[in-house]
Ligand binder design. Sequence first.
Ligand SMILES: *[C@@H]1O[C@H](CO)[C@@H](O)[C@H](O)[C@H]1NC(C)=O
Ligand SMILES: *[C@@H]1O[C@H](CO)[C@@H](O)[C@H](O)[C@H]1NC(C)=O
Ligand SMILES: *[C@@H]1O[C@H](CO)[C@@H](O)[C@H](O)[C@H]1NC(C)=O
Ligand SMILES: *[C@@H]1O[C@H](CO)[C@@H](O)[C@H](O)[C@H]1NC(C)=O
Ligand SMILES: *[C@@H]1O[C@H](CO)[C@@H](O)[C@H](O)[C@H]1NC(C)=O
Ligand SMILES: *[C@@H]1O[C@H](CO)[C@@H](O)[C@H](O)[C@H]1NC(C)=O
Length: 255
Amino acid sequence: MKQRTLLSTFNLTIVFSLLTRITVCSINPKFEACEPKTCGGTTNHQNVSFPFYIISKQNSYCGLPNFGLTCSHDGFPILNTSETLYTVQNIFYNNQSLRVSIPGLSPLGTKIHGIGHSKRFSVASKQKQVLLFYGCKNMQDHSIGCSAENRTGSVVALYGDDGENLKLAKKNCRGTVSVTRVEDEKGGVEEALRRGFLMNWTAKNCSECSNSGGRCGFDQDHYAFRCYCRDRIDSENCYPQPGLSIFLSRIIVNY
Ligand SMILES: *[C@@H]1O[C@H](CO)[C@@H](O)[C@H](O)[C@H]1NC(C)=O
Ligand SMILES: *[C@@H]1O[C@H](CO)[C@@H](O)[C@H](O)[C@H]1NC(C)=O
Ligand SMILES: *[C@@H]1O[C@H](CO)[C@@H](O)[C@H](O)[C@H]1NC(C)=O
Ligand SMILES: *[C@@H]1O[C@H](CO)[C@@H](O)[C@H](O)[C@H]1NC(C)=O
Ligand SMILES: *[C@@H]1O[C@H](CO)[C@@H](O)[C@H](O)[C@H]1NC(C)=O
Ligand SMILES: *[C@@H]1O[C@H](CO)[C@@H](O)[C@H](O)[C@H]1NC(C)=O
């Protein structure tokens, strides 16, 4: 009896030390590669992880196609949704939304082409419309800079519900008009433009995988979601696999 117990303890120790060694030896390289990264700027420390990835710093299997970000020279992540470039101010992974602004809007007044349409991103609700008029005269109070396309006129930014000034702008501005959004909060339009607006995205929810200790990713060859665990790649999460626990319980039951 005593001998039997010793033997089983011995065997279990071997099994467990083997398992430990396997886990330690084979840390999944994709788990390591998909650690969150930042653009490295001094003003923006936004962590970038699934569904986003930084093209120059993370592998594309760490995020979804169309969610690759670049970094601006001052360290902000930049999102390119086919037509429009956005400066990413914050990413809210908890509710799948992000706050973006239009880069270089002020003071140069770079022309923007409205909000690009994209299947992945949509403007969140309660975002207020702002109209930008180019080539304006006599509207200094509402000017946010000079127009790059027409340096003799200024760029005027107005809330979409500012009826009186909109009428004035239609009279005093000769250039194009473009539309953007800001969060619906009190305050000046220029500051609101700098803060940006909220968009949300549609993608697989990462919380099950990340709550189980994994890092989400995407297999482009099979076009499928992946959960990168420390020791393996799973299709959903990193909770212990039933197969392995059955294997272990069988060993224990046998003794
Ligand atoms: C980014 O992640 C690091 C490491 O997990 C953490 O220390 C830091 O606070 C995070 N930064 C932000 C802005 O969440
Ligand atoms: C943004 O993406 C579009 C389409 O993929 C591409 O043609 C364009 O060059 C990109 N713009 C920048 C500034 O990277
Ligand atoms: C993601 O799933 C978790 C739980 O599964 C849920 O609490 C959370 O609200 C979901 N997030 C989104 C943005 O749907
Ligand atoms: C998501 O959550 C953040 C705070 O965590 C909040 O500021 C933001 O408004 C939320 N986004 C949406 C679309 O409600
Ligand atoms: C994103 O916002 C749109 C418009 O407000 C809403 O219809 C949609 O349900 C939101 N999607 C997510 C994933 O929250
Ligand atoms: C530039 O703006 C000024 C002032 O509004 C206008 O008179 C002029 O025609 C504009 N030029 C062009 C090329 O649009």
